[in-house]
Design a protein around this ligand. Structure first.
Ligand SMILES: [Zn+2]
Length: 352
């Protein structure tokens, strides 16, 4: 048995062959709570090839659409990486979970491939590969440059949790309601580590770089941490957010790095703060949110697939505001006909 395995006591209803609840310490609950911080692109990527085979509303179609979209429709190559491999805004916390749920994709930091550009010229940092430095070269130098993690005590029974204050015994019901074993309902002020931890779980923000002007849902993003590029004795180098490391005897110089907008094709103030797609462009979006560049065959093929006679078709003009964008978000999670649910079905019909 691996050391990382977590032991749980499960109470099972034998007649119905189902788990009524499990009891665990904070380590397992931290993992379940971390689900709330995951960006949707990661959820789709991590679940789509796992049993029970099922898609999440239309989300899998959205993900597949980005995967096959030609990069010429995106503002930068990094845009595709951002959507398919999004960073978690709570990534620093989640990497301390006892079991880290990922598919082996390491989150790295990238600086310019040009010698000394990160240290003495433009001093830029990208969270995504293939961004373009202001000097014109790619910022793909990430293999040896890592953020130094603060030293953390190896997990043991006395170690504190990531989101939940430990040590504590908790009960998790079959529908994932979590409560302390000794008292009736979870008190965030008492059992979660801080107000910031609570906010991270119940109103998580996007990782820096995802929001853009005009986004109708106004989703907030976290601020960047300060990042420093550090040269060490013996010409070693690393990126860190930990000022203690800059003042360590190992460092001989450091520079403050500017984090670039990965959606911007070049580093300038005019092109930052915009979205993922390069316009002008037109797309066909089917009811199940399969998105393809508009062509003479895309609409026809959607009609043929549904076997609808042309006499039954008519054009409508529909409008998207904040209300419709919110309805589309909900529908894309819970149905495979997101556009119909958003634009044709009235709320009472959806409720019924
Ligand atoms: Zn450069």
């Amino acid at each position: 048995m691996e050391n990382n395995n977590i032991s749980l006591k499960a109470v099972v209803d034998k007649s119905n062959n189902r788990v009524v609840f499990v009891e665990s310490n904070e380590k397992f609950v931290d993992i379940v709570f971390s689900f709330l911080t995951m960006p949707m692109g990661s959820v789709v990527r991590l679940t789509r090839n796992r049993p029970p085979a099922a898609s999440i509303g239309c989300m899998n179609n959205l993900y597949n659409s980005v995967e096959i979209l030609d990069k010429r429709y995106l503002r930068t190559e990094a845009c595709k990486t951002m959507l398919l491999y999004p960073r978690n805004g709570a990534g620093n916390e989640c990497k301390n979970l006892k079991l880290v749920i990922n598919d082996g994709v390491q989150m790295r930091y990238f600086v310019c491939e040009t010698d000394d550009c990160a240290n003495s010229n433009y001093k830029l940092l990208s969270h995504y590969r293939n961004a373009i430095c202001r000097c014109g070269n790619r910022m793909n130098w990430g293999r040896e440059v890592k953020e130094r993690e603060p030293t953390r005590v190896v997990f043991d029974d006395q170690d504190e949790g990531v989101f939940v204050k430990g040590p504590i015994q908790l009960t998790i019901s079959y529908e994932l309601q979590v409560m302390p074993s000794s008292t009736p309902d979870l008190d965030a002020t008492q059992h979660l580590r801080s107000k910031e931890t609570t906010a991270m779980l119940v109103s998580p923000k996007l990782a820096p770089g995802f929001s853009y002007e005009g986004q109708p849902l106004n989703i907030e993003e976290y601020m960047h941490q300060p990042y420093y590029y550090v040269i060490t004795q013996g010409s070693g180098h690393f990126v860190t957010s930990d000022e203690m490391l800059i003042h360590s005897g190992e460092a001989i110089s450091s520079s403050v790095l500017t984090v670039i907008d990965p959606k911007s094709p070049c580093y300038d103030n005019l092109s930052t703060g915009r979205g993922f797609l390069k316009g002008p462009a037109m797309f066909t979006i089917t009811d199940d949110l399969t998105i393809t560049p508009l062509s003479s065959v895309t609409g026809l093929s959607a009609i043929r697939k549904l076997k609808v006679p042309f006499s039954d078709l008519e054009e409508h003009i529909v409008y998207v505001g904040k209300e419709e964008a919110s309805r589309l978000l909900v529908a894309s999670f819970v149905s495979e006909t997101a556009l119909t649910n958003t634009f044709l079905l009235k709320e009472s019909e959806q409720g019924s």
